[in-house]
Write a protein that binds this ligand. Structure first.
Ligand code: SAM
Length: 233
């Protein structure tokens, strides 16, 4: 059966490229995003949502559509070496390219006649089409004792330090945290280790360059047209 759906909203996120986006929600609590609803969804469509702390956001991995999908994928958590079935993974390379993220709901608002949800802990690319939003219901959905396959523990984090004169002083606290927490996730593909390699990441309008040595990331420079930590304002 084929079925056509249309996006109800669009994500505005500080992540304008895939490199550096956290691999799951809440790994970077400082990553705020805004869900901007299409004009036909007025204030009534979100009435009551403000009483919930978290929301499920269903979206399309739009930037992976052209790459297709595979029966088996290599999750970064397994070092990019072992394969698992696509339905045993959270890979963007899946049939229908649908993603699901649990985001913290910070605020519900309206601007220029458009309803928006302000969220934190985002793992989403700027411009991601959202196909549905639902409240998270802890008594039904929280299962902390469940078997968690190859993802039983949170991934290790890198220590992060700023090199003197890297430009950190040009950033406010929220922006610094966004960059630090994003890099601490070790954005290298499948945690690859190429000593001396310099990495560049675009976040919130900033271009961030860094090196990773022995479990520690060193931020060399931050440049670009810095916005705020949301990147879209
Ligand atoms: N929490 C979601 C899930 O489980 O369905 C997403 C998990 S997926 C492993 C997260 C990664 O998807 C991010 O690190 C980023 O590289 C990628 N991503 C996020 N938004 C995307 C988009 N709109 N199109 C393609 N890839 C995207």
């Amino acid at each position: 059966m084929s079925y056509t759906i249309e996006a109800v909203a669009t994500i505005r996120s500080p992540y304008t490229q895939k490199f550096g986006i956290p691999r799951q929600p809440h790994l970077v609590p400082a990553a705020r995003c805004r869900i901007e609803f299409a004009p036909q969804f007025g204030a009534d469509s979100v009435r009551g949502l403000e009483g919930f702390g978290y929301i499920w956001v269903q979206f399309v991995f739009h930037d992976a559509l052209a790459e297709g999908w595979a029966q088996m994928v290599r999750p970064p958590r397994l070092g990019g070496r072992k394969k698992v079935g696509v339905f045993a993974s959270r890979s963007p390379h899946r049939p229908n390219h649908l993603g699901l993220s649990l985001l913290k709901l910070e605020a519900v608002g309206q601007e220029n006649g458009r309803v928006f949800l302000e969220c934190s802990g985002a793992d989403l690319l700027d411009g991601t089409p959202v196909v549905d939003v639902k409240p998270y219901i802890p008594f039904v959905e929280a299962r902390p004792d469940a078997a968690a396959g190859f993802a039983a523990e949170a991934p290790p984090q890198l220590r992060v330090k700023w090199q003197p004169e890297s430009g950190a002083d040009r950033l406010d606290e929220a922006f610094r945290l966004l960059i630090e927490q994003s890099i601490a996730q070790d954005p290298r593909p499948a945690y690859q280790d190429i000593p001396g390699r310099e990495y560049a990441m675009a976040v919130g309008g900033a271009d961030v360059r860094f090196l990773i040595e022995e479990g520690c990331a060193r931020i060399i420079a931050v440049s670009g047209s810095l916005k705020d930590a949301n990147g879209s304002k």
